[in-house]
Design a protein around this ligand. Structure first.
Ligand code: NAD
Length: 356
């Protein structure tokens, strides 16, 4: 069966890296068909909107979307609803991609790049599952009101039982494919909505008796993440806590240029993209690390296309190129080091293809 992939290069280093990522995918000898779509700044310039209708229609008809990055200074002065990032939010909403998967994996050759001591992070392999389409980022009412001449700002944190249940099921399923441990993060001692979160996750646990479940308050989870991160396997949490914890966990691994992500819907369709943005400061200079997007493509193979073996091959090729000493500027220690070689975007991708 041919897998249909919508490729959205986007702006800045997104557009620069994507052709290399496609070269990597083509090396795998799988039945893949690629269509290209426009989103973000490039779509604003060509079609006057950050999310053209044909892009959304193609995304819906595809098995997966592989996305570079969107945005840049050229579009920063546009009103909020016309900005490139609106295209990305619209795409996620249009596909109902409610489950955001953010792995924090530390490749052994990069253990020195972490802000924590190497022994605390060597071999780190955590998966954070963040609810992406609900919670306080979307709750109504929201706004800033004038209250007798003084301003009052307010937001609403809300989750329905169904929203919690569907993200919990995704997280239990993923834990089942990994080490079998799930940590649910909430603030049930203060926020009622997260007491409901804790209750529903506990109820869903009845369907996954082989998974070890525990609950942590978010403040403790933040502390544990930087104290002893290897205790975690899969973490599931709401939109706001997940936003913060996933960035903290990401930094345990040292570099933005290494971090992939996935956003899945109930049908298993997903948007796969690096965590980093369009990096206008280095765009067009053959300096971008392509590994985050290559690893996003590996997640796509595993989670939307059912090609786990190919995903493993890509991930182990990435480990090989790092072991060989290939480093883009972002993962090169200041002052260099013996056995390490500074490479550009194209040479890093070439090394991955050679390793495959
Ligand atoms: P950024 O992630 O683009 O860059 C932050 C820093 O990290 C920069 O110094 C950049 O050079 C570096 N960097 C990022 N990715 C790298 C890579 N692959 N290799 C080497 N170095 C890398 O974040 P920013 O500068 O805050 O944002 C730039 C633009 O990207 C903005 O318009 C922002 O809105 C947009 N953005 C888009 C996304 C997305 O498309 N998902 C995410 C974040 C930011």
């Amino acid at each position: 069966m041919t897998h249909r992939i919508l490729v959205i290069p986007g702006d800045g280093i997104g557009a620069e890296v994507m052709p290399h990522v496609l070269r990597v995918l083509e090396t795998l000898d799988l039945e893949l068909s690629f269509e290209t779509g426009e989103l973000g700044g490039v779509a604003i310039d060509k079609l006057g909107t950050p999310l053209p209708t044909p892009t959304l229609e193609s995304a819906r008809a595809s098995d997966a979307v592989l996305l570079g990055a969107v945005g840049g200074p050229k579009w920063d002065d546009l009103p909020m609803e016309h900005r490139p990032e609106k295209g990305l939010l619209g795409l996620r909403a249009g596909l109902d991609a409610f489950a955001n998967l953010r792995p924090a994996m530390l490749y052994a050759p990069l253990a020195d790049a972490s802000s924590l001591r190497p022994e605390l992070v060597a071999g780190l392999d955590i998966l954070i599952v963040r609810e992406l389409t609900g919670g306080i980022y979307f709750g109504e009412p929201r706004g800033v009101e004038n209250d007798n001449g003084r301003r009052r700002g307010f937001n609403t944190d809300e989750y329905t039982e169904d929203e919690i249940e569907r993200i919990a099921r995704v997280a239990f399923d993923l834990a089942d494919k990994r080490k079998g441990r799930l940590t649910s993060v909430d603030k049930a001692n203060v926020l009622e909505v997260t007491q409901l979160w804790r209750d529903v996750v506990t109820e869903v646990h009845a369907d996954f008796p082989n998974i070890e479940l525990d609950h942590l308050y978010v403040d403790n989870a933040a502390m544990q993440l930087v104290r002893a991160p290897k205790q975690f396997d899969v973490i599931v949490t709401g939109n706001l806590f997940g936003d913060i914890l996933s960035d903290a966990a990401a930094m345990l691994t040292g570099s933005l240029g290494m971090l992939p992500s996935a956003s899945l819907n109930a049908e298993g369709q997903g948007i796969y993209e690096p965590v980093h943005g369009s990096a206008p400061d280095i765009a067009g200079q053959n300096m971008a690390n392509p590994l985050a997007t290559i690893l996003s493509a590996a997640m796509m193979l595993r989670y939307s296309l059912g090609e786990a073996e190919a995903a493993n091959r890509v991930e182990s090729a990435v480990n090989t190129v790092l072991e060989e000493g290939n480093r883009t500027a972002d993962i090169m220690p200041a002052g260099g080091a013996d056995g390490l070689r500074k490479v550009g975007t194209d040479a890093m991708a070439d090394a991955v293809i050679a390793a495959l």
